[in-house]
Write a protein that binds this ligand. Sequence first.
Ligand code: HXC
Length: 510
Amino acid sequence: MRDILQELEDRRAVARMGGGAKRIDAQHAKGKLTARERIDLLLDEGSFEEFDTFVTHRCTDFGMEQNQPPGDGVVTGWGTINGRMVYVFSQDFTVFGGSLSETHAQKIVKIMDMAMQNGAPVIGINDSGGARIQEGVASLAGYAEVFQRNIMASGVVPQISVIMGPCAGGAVYSPAMTDFIFMVKDSSYMFVTGPDVVKTVTNEVVTAEELGGASTHTRKSSVADGAFDNDVEALAEVRRLVDFLPLNNRKTVPRRPFFDDVKRLDESLDTLIPDNTNTPYDMKELILKLADEGDFYEIQEDFAKNIITGFVRLEGSTVGVVANQPMVLAGCLDIDSARKAARFVRFCDAFEIPILTLVDVPGFLPGTGQELGGVIKHGAKLLFAYGEATVPKVTVITRKAYGGAYDVMASKHLRGDFNYAWPTAEIAVMGAKGATEIIHRADLGDAVKIAVHTKDYEDRFATPFVAAERGFIDEVIMPHSTRKRVCRAFASLRGKSLQNPWKKHDNIPL
Ligand code: HXC
């Protein structure tokens, strides 16, 4: 009996060594942790329950039957993050470069199916040379099985991808269909075709880092939502994110103990808006002052900085924040910011996360670059996302809300539940100067007359009161009371029930 028990221990010990000490050392030498070390950091201590430790591949080509490491290059199972259940897979680069075989895929599929059945997020740690070359089409089939599950799980359980090594070829499409992608600077990359193929086909010379490193994907392509300095930091931040998210689309957002006063007034907000309407200010200051304990988890911090997206807690409950940033491009909406915010709004709506929108937007960015790039369709994404969202929506206009951008930014007309404005708000079709030059074109040569017309327009329209007179703004509020008003608004909306008409699915302008 003792021998049999010992055999289990021995087999486990072999499995834990993955591709062996030499390859583990090589992994460490690259500044990377092993698949198991990553899981240990991601999950609560001792909470990991492993599946399929002893699964081996079934390939008999190229002498593969001589080498069948238990686990087949991926560690899978479930555990907890601050006591809440998550499923996880972590590719083991020390075993065939973490490449995906038929059985490797089956292990991932198993935990994805369980996550769907039991309603818990899936976190995938990617570190892989892609399709297991020796297995050919069996490996491609495995990928497609994973893709299909990514699609079915979308909007049902949160899916998070952490890229901690290579992720190339068709392999990138599994993370691409998850809700959030995080990368590690200098040790991870994602691309559909690598630098060598690029050189052959297009003659471009590019490094892997330039083509698909963390900086490229967080700043330029927006494929990734965040980049971190090393594995340890990335995994700690994933834990922090999971704390904000519901476990599935049938659960409400998590409610955490909070130590901040809901009625906290902040007098400094009364002077946040500069006297000159064209002077920028930092919208993040408002977000931090509204949030419980000033805790803000930003998503896509380095991309389209003219809009800010992320999570805060109000009265301990998660709220998604979308806010124009006057510090960048004067807070204009453009292709990138509309796409970024639309995707975030849709995530929140899919998972019943209420949305707070902070508005200071002078309009859509003009120019041929925008028009030829399809700003019409991209801008419509955000409009569509807000309009279809049925979650509680609270909007605060701090300063400008001009033109179509006023409508887009969770206005009353897009079923905003609470639409507040500060006294400094300017809600109009366009800025005073532009408006005057159009409606008083005949006086354009007379500077004095134009100045008078501009002043008239400002007095009448560059305020929140025209909109408030019509009920488009529910109340004009004092800046210092914003946290209190917003918290009360969301508290009153906890029982909100709103359904869109039945349809197979909508046809959002992609
Ligand atoms: C089988 C693989 C492998 C793969 C790496 N290995 N990739 N084994 N299938 N795809 C093995 C290596 O043979 C080596 O084994 C070990 O993993 C580590 O690889 P190294 O090359 O020594 O590591 P490194 O120098 O760090 O380079 C990593 C790498 C490189 C850049 C990922 O290995 C590489 O280019 N691999 C091939 C990538 C590729 O073309 N994959 C197919 C893409 S197409 P030993 O025994 O020496 O330790 C694809 C299609 C998906 O993925 C389609 C989905 C729809």
